[in-house]
Design a protein. Structure first.
Length: 302
């Protein structure tokens, strides 16, 4: 693998690390199976690319795209909390609706960003190559997002969200408004995904209606791989684990697709993803089996 391919894998891995942080919040902390991600990711890209193409400041466009993602997650939570629609079904309905919404926003299947300003080229230092600067800036953004999540989930409201996901009945008994916590958690989760979509559109030179396909699978893969590498119940290590998982996942994807002796092509991406997730799921079971075999036999009672 060339240095260019390696840095590209790290860059995309860091972008999807934001998605993984959002998925960690919804799936692991809130226990909400959220498929809105497949719609809020291209929503962030659609809003950002459309605003930039119309002359908006890239930082403003990125912020608006993040808010659009938060709104999508809020509506999904509202469907579940207020209208009593099952959580999985509510997210599926929102994901389907966002496909049409994204087409409306872009006015077509895609919006190119050829010579338009982005947060990457506006902040790029003189003399630093583009393929070096993008991963560096993405790393800084991901670190800020991780630290913000670590801080938030140590606050009273963040702990209330975690309590809602762990045991909603007990949380209500403690006076926590679990419905409001679901709405807040879903908004934060999809805001991170919308931010990732906006940054992805700026790195890839435009937004496309199909860019969200399989986003939830990638996010789950990053969470599962990260938990297999760094198992921990502490939120500080959990957020770090999913970031590492996203980078490792993209690295192995790039390695598999760039290895001529394997013979894989771009259309094999979903197959590689399925194999990696399966391996990550099997590893913890193998560890438990090995530990069980190493334990000495318990003394038999007389």
């Amino acid at each position: 693998m060339s240095l260019f391919s390696l840095l590209g894998a790290v860059e995309i891995g860091l972008i999807f690390a934001l998605v993984a942080l959002g998925v960690l919040l919804s799936f692991r902390l809130l226990r909400f199976p959220d498929l809105t991600v497949d719609g809020s990711f291209p929503l962030g890209g659609a809003v950002c690319a459309t605003l930039i193409s119309k002359g908006a400041d890239p930082f403003t466009a990125t912020a608006v795209a993040t808010l659009a993602g938060a709104l999508a997650g809020l509506i999904t939570g509202w469907l579940n909390v207020r209208l009593k629609i099952m959580d999985l079904l509510a997210s599926i309905l929102m994901m389907i609706a966002l496909y049409s919404v994204n087409l409306r926003i872009m006015g077509g299947p895609n919006v190119p960003l050829i010579n338009d300003p982005t947060v990457f080229n506006v902040l790029q230092p003189a003399g630093l190559a583009d393929y070096w600067w993008r991963p560096i800036l993405m790393l800084l953004i991901v670190i800020v997002a991780k630290l913000a999540m670590d801080w938030f989930f140590s606050t009273e409201r963040g702990l209330a969200i975690r309590a809602t996901g762990s045991n909603a009945r007990m949380a209500r008994a403690q006076g926590i408004n679990t419905g409001a916590m679901v709405l807040l958690g879903m908004a934060i989760s999809n805001a991170l995904v919308g931010l990732a979509g906006a940054l992805f559109a700026q790195t890839q030179g435009g937004s496309d209606i199909s860019m969200g396909i399989g986003t939830i699978v990638i996010g789950l893969a990053a969470v599962i791989v990260g938990e297999a590498i760094m198992p921990s119940r502490r939120i500080v290590y959990a957020t770090l684990a999913v970031i590492v998982g996203a980078i490792v996942y993209r690295f192995f994807i790039a390695l598999a697709l760039n290895s001529d002796f394997i013979g894989l092509k771009a259309q094999d991406l979903n197959l590689v993803t399925a194999v990696l997730v399966a391996i990550a799921l099997v590893i913890p079971q193998l560890k438990r089996m090995l530990q069980h075999r190493r334990l000495p036999d318990a003394p038999k009672s007389l």
